[in-house]
Design a protein around this ligand. Structure first.
Ligand code: NAP
Length: 315
């Protein structure tokens, strides 16, 4: 039987974090292998225009941006394989990763699997998601709603933050929450509830996004859970901010996660984990910033860490 080959670095995920890690490790001549999951390019591909990624003075299409990163990674010798990791064994050296098709061995692994926005599942949400008025990112899409009325669904820090950010553009921001107090931290809750442009709609759950036939959001139907009364908020944008689900798949355990399920890096590092040579980057371990540029920065850090680890342990 032939000895299986051992990769220097396997990167899991092709969002900003994974692709940046690929660019750096490919340029360091590590010949990285990138495993591409079900959403090539990550969350950025669901955004139409990215206006805040440095270097693009006039904005860049989200899909195009990740395509550029992919091309850049490929130019330096990155290999891509479309597959899903089903299980891992990080107790052995080299590390073992099992996909549907084969078993892989790697000296270092960078996990950049991202997070998926939690959605409400109400009718119209899926149909009008991404460019048609339903979105999960005010930082990405808020500027498209200048002088329009919008609604944010949720009651946590994300919802308060999104609502406050949207006041820069929108005429009016409804904040629809299923209870009568925000879960958000006091300072954020106070800022949101006292803002003149934000109208809190308490004790209300979303029922349906309207406008499917027209192909653009025309309103959000809501229901007051105390009175049972339904009404429609006449908005052009629906921002869903009810949390994220980190894609930690088969990696946690053995990797440590926090109470929200996000990978928990070692103290003093953003990317080193509790297992030597295994790194995390991007939204799978970051519930605070969640930006393309911060994910890219973490991907860079992870690649540099992997390179150093290999230099120390590889001989
Ligand atoms: P979160 O704290 O889990 O809040 C989610 C909110 O969505 C809750 O208010 C929840 O209602 C509501 N919700 C959940 N499922 C819903 C559904 N199906 N329909 C309607 N509403 C629903 O999530 P998050 O706001 O994204 O925050 C996640 C973590 O990141 C938190 O630890 C937060 O402090 C942190 N964060 C911090 C900052 C900051 O410091 N600047 C910014 C963003 C996030 P209930 O309240 O009734 O459960």
């Amino acid at each position: 039987m032939s000895t299986p080959s051992v990769e220097n670095v396997v990167i899991i995920g092709t969002g900003c974090a994974g692709l940046t890690a690929a660019i750096y490790s490919a340029r360091a001549s590590l010949n990285p292998l990138v495993l591409e999951g079900p959403l090539p390019g990550g969350q950025l591909t669901t955004t139409s225009e990215v206006e805040n990624f440095p270097g693009f003075a006039h904005g860049v299409d989200g899909f195009q941006l990740t395509q550029n990163m992919r091309e850049q990674a490929t130019r330096f010798g990155t290999r891509f394989e479309q597959t899903l990791v089903q299980s891992v064994d990080f107790s052995t050296m080299p590390r073992k990763l099992v996909t549907a098709e084969r078993t892989l061995f790697a000296k270092t692994v960078i996990i950049a699997t991202g997070a998926s926005p939690r959605l409400t599942g109400i009718p119209g949400e899926k149909e009008l998601y991404g460019g048609k008025g339903v979105t999960t990112c005010a930082t990405c899409d808020g500027a498209f709603y200048r002088k329009m009325d919008v609604v944010v669904i949720g009651g946590g820090d994300s919802a308060a933050e999104e609502a406050l950010f949207l006041t820069r553009f929108a005429s009016k921001v409804y904040l629809v929450h299923r209870r009568d107090t925000l879960r958000a931290s006091k300072i954020m809750a106070d800022r949101a509830t006292s803002h003149e442009k934000i109208q809190c709609v308490w004790d209300s759950v979303p029922v349906a996004v309207e406008g499917v036939a027209e192909g653009a959001v025309s309103g959000l139907k809501i229901k007051n859970v105390k009175t049972g009364v339904e009404s429609v908020l006449p908005v052009k944008g629906v921002f869903v901010a009810i949390g994220h689900i980190p894609n930690t798949g088969p990696f946690a355990p053995p990797l440590a996660v926090d109470e929200g399920g996000y990978f928990l890096p070692e103290a003093g590092s953003q990317v080193r984990t509790n297992i030597p040579g295994i790194y995390v980057a991007g939204d799978c371990s970051d519930h605070v910033y969640r930006q393309a540029i911060t994910a890219a920065g973490m991907g860079c850090q992870a690649a540099i860490e992997a390179e150093r680890w290999l230099a120390e342990h590889n001989g």
